[in-house]
Design a protein around this ligand. Structure first.
Ligand SMILES: NC(=O)c1ccc[n+]([C@@H]2O[C@H](COP(=O)([O-])OP(=O)(O)OC[C@H]3O[C@@H](n4cnc5c(N)ncnc54)[C@H](O)[C@@H]3O)[C@@H](O)[C@H]2O)c1
Length: 421
């Protein structure tokens, strides 16, 4: 099939590369000329395991352009994958989505054939039908449901394992406005063996928010249990194993630590809270989930001060800046509030991350960045903030190590403390 992907960030580019691998012809559209250039050379503009290889192997099936006209004319299905970031009040910023939709609609106005628009960006229930649909009709002067198809297909990939998640998902969720869109997307996804949930546009949108908020809840819950366990001298990871064997609970997302970050959970939780406020519905559980997560990273600094009460003038090493391993994404990384707190307390900060240092430099240009993890070891104490595999083999040479991520071992640490264990 001929597909265009609008917005080639983490979701758009993985979607493009995976559909190309499955034999489809894909045109990527972005407003960032650097990204376009790199994709056309078969190079990934972001770090995501296996993405570079996919892009170069399937180069002949993928082209990238800033020109919507060619992309829309030469394809039949368009996935909207632009960002939907948080605004100051927590609600989501739909400006990129609206702009892209208007751009698409003005081109569809002169297109003779039926075209399917699929919203893949995370948007609140009602957005596809109440915002995207009217913009499409207004600017194309065509009818959605007859001339233009409309669907909502939320993405559940996890950065770091995004390609595997896309190609072997637990489920695919497809929300439809019209029958023709249903038939077309069934065909596109026909070789996937996972369950496919077919539903309305709004239910598809809500499934994404409910899923992310539930996962964030699971983590905040185990962190609250973990904080209790820490006080009682219980290993929370034993508790997680015991709980997780219950099929109703399950072991994933019961890893206690310094909390959740990234580009999705924080903004999706905020958006749901802000939206519920508008609807005048209380979100007591979800607000607590967020509160626990705001406090959790600072516990690492409190623990550190048990061993070094005065941080002024001390050098603290930070191992890990990405919000999770195997990505260069630092959006809402738990390292951010930790570094802020250390600087506020007058500490010097040395940091290392295998992939995310360039991104972190844009936020904290003045802290010291190390070339190798071993360079961190000259610090007075080390905080582990991302569970990169390479940190597990590090010899900590008699240092104080405070672990926020349950490294399998902190070899030869003088003092080792876990945040919840
Ligand atoms: N990152 C994830 O793990 C993840 C997972 C599931 C869902 N999502 C959702 O998917 C959407 C995209 O997320 P992302 O992380 O890929 O975002 P991103 O910020 O990495 O990428 C967005 C891309 O859209 C481009 N863009 C912006 N305006 C544009 C326009 N008018 N036309 C064309 N391109 C434009 C940007 O240049 C950028 O490359 C969001 O709604 C997000 O919530 C993200």
């Amino acid at each position: 099939m001929r597909l265009s992907i609008i917005g080639t960030g983490y979701v758009g580019l993985v979607t493009a590369a995976c559909f190309a691998k499955l034999g489809h012809n894909v045109i990527c559209v972005d407003i960032d000329p650097d990204k376009i250039q790199k994709i056309n050379k078969g190079i990934s503009p972001i770090y995501e395991q296996g993405l570079g290889d996919l892009l170069s192997t399937h180069k002949k099936n993928i082209t990238a352009t800033m020109d919507y006209q060619n992309a829309l004319t030469d394809t039949d299905i368009t996935f909207l994958c632009v960002g939907t970031p948080s605004m100051k009040d927590g609600s989501i910023d739909l400006s990129a989505l609206k702009k892209a939709t208007i751009h698409i609609a003005t081109i569809l106005k002169n297109k003779k054939t039926w075209h399917l628009i699929v919203v893949k960006s995370t948007v609140l229930p009602g957005t596809t039908q109440q915002i995207v649909l009217p913009l499409l009709e207004q600017h194309s002067e065509k009818k959605v449901g007859t001339d233009i198809g409309l669907a909502m297909n939320p993405e559940f990939l996890k950065e770091g394992v995004a390609i595997k998640d896309f190609l072997q998902p637990d489920r695919i969720v497809l929300g439809f406005y019209d029958e023709c869109s249903r038939t077309t997307l069934r065909e596109l996804y026909q070789n996937f063996t996972c369950p496919i949930v077919e539903t309305t546009l709004s239910a598809a949108e809500m499934i994404k928010y409910a899923s992310n908020t539930f996962l964030a809840t699971k983590i905040s819950f185990i962190n609250e249990i973990g904080n209790l366990c820490k006080k009682l001298g219980i290993d929370t990871y034993d508790v997680a194993i015991g709980m997780g064997l219950d099929k109703r609970i399950g072991r994933p997302f019961l890893d206690s630590g310094i909390g959740w970050g990234g580009s999705c959970f924080p903004k999706d939780v905020d958006a749901l809270i802000a939206w519920a406020k508008e609807l005048k519905e209380p979100t007591r559980i979800i607000e607590s989930v967020k509160e626990v997560n705001t406090d959790q990273p600072l516990r690492l600094v409190t623990l550190l001060q048990k061993h070094i009460p005065k941080l002024k003038g001390k050098t603290i090493g930070i191992l890990g800046l990405a919000f999770k391993p195997d990505t260069d994404d630092i959006r809402d990384s738990r390292a951010i509030p930790i570094v802020k707190e250390l600087l506020k307390k007058g500490a010097y900060v040395k940091a290392y991350d295998p992939e995310a240092m360039e991104n972190f430099k844009a936020l904290f240009p003045t802290i010291q960045y190390c070339m190798k993890p071993i360079d961190i070891l000259s610090s007075d104490a080390i905080l582990i903030t991302t569970k990169w595999k390479e940190f597990t083999t590090l010899d900590f040479q008699g240092k104080i190590v405070i672990d926020g991520r349950r490294l399998d071992q902190a070899k030869n640490a003088k003092i080792y403390e876990g945040v919840c264990w």
